[in-house]
Design a protein around this ligand. Structure first.
Ligand code: GSH
Length: 244
């Protein structure tokens, strides 16, 4: 069975899932656990590729990376294209920007998780019984340090937000100019750009269910206050194009 390994709270995983579901490609989903799941992730990842999720494993082999998986969804599935040829430049520009912004998002979450016991408990594997979860919460900090090291997370998150995230969101505001899409209709450019808003305020639980602590570490009130129009744009995009 085609299987997607991912992190339920990650914008990268969400981009891959959105494309697969848009194209009605059947798959089963498996949650990855950083650190504990690293040996299995390495084992599944093709040699020479940096191990990360989302990772799609199907009869064609294993594919790493949200963008590659979304393109595979387009090749396999049905429905309106997310990668029409005339949108190639717009898509690749917003994919680059989204990648840089999501990296800052990861740094923001890793830093916030170290001080949020509720988010630590929520990040533990689901199979652990309730009584053990509180006890093991501090071990989630090891997972956070592991992710920070493995993906070289920025240490000065506040500067990274000012230098990378704020200009990206201002650019998005300018380019949308109040319209519902970056092009004439929904394309992957909108999906990859919408993922950036996750680190201002996560999308509604109907689409990406998050525990209250996880929601806290993802929320950046000052970004949310500065870009309410973009949050409204993202929410409208979800309401119209993403099944709960
Ligand atoms: N460019 C990649 C980035 C994926 C990525 O950085 N994934 C991180 C998300 S924090 C990950 O795999 N973390 C879990 C781990 O490394 O164990 C994509 O588009 O999928």
């Amino acid at each position: 069975m085609r299987t997607l390994y991912g992190l339920g709270y990650s914008g990268w995983t969400e981009k891959a899932r959105w494309a697969l579901e848009h194209h009605r490609v059947p798959y089963r989903y498996r949650e990855h656990t950083p650190l504990l799941g690293e040996p299995a992730l390495r084992w599944r990842t093709p040699r020479g590729v940096h191990p990360s999720v989302p990772l799609l494993v199907d009869e064609g082999g294993a594919l790493t990376g949200s963008f590659v998986i979304a393109k595979r969804a387009e090749a396999l599935g049905q429905g309106a294209p997310l990668f029409p040829p005339e949108a190639t430049d717009t898509i690749s520009r917003w994919e680059d920007t989204s990648e840089r912004v999501l990296r800052v998002g990861r740094a923001q979450v890793v830093a916030a998780l170290l001080h949020n016991p509720r988010a630590q408990v929520e990040s533990l594997p689901a199979f652990l019984p309730g009584w053990l979860r509180g006890l093991l919460a501090p071990s989630a900090r090891m997972g956070a340090h592991f992710i920070a090291r493995k993906h070289r997370a920025a240490s000065d998150v506040a500067s990274a937000i000012q230098e990378t995230v704020v200009p990206a969101l201002e650019q998005l505001r300018a380019e949308l100019g109040g319209r519902p899409y970056l092009r004439d209709d929904l394309t992957y450019a909108d999906i990859t750009a919408a993922a950036m808003l996750q680190l201002a305020r996560p999308v509604d639980d109907r689409y990406m269910p998050l525990g209250p602590g996880t929601r806290e570490v993802w929320t950046n009130e000052s970004l949310a206050a500065r870009f309410p129009d973009l949050l409204a744009w993202r929410d409208a995009l979800y309401a119209k194009h993403r099944k709960p």
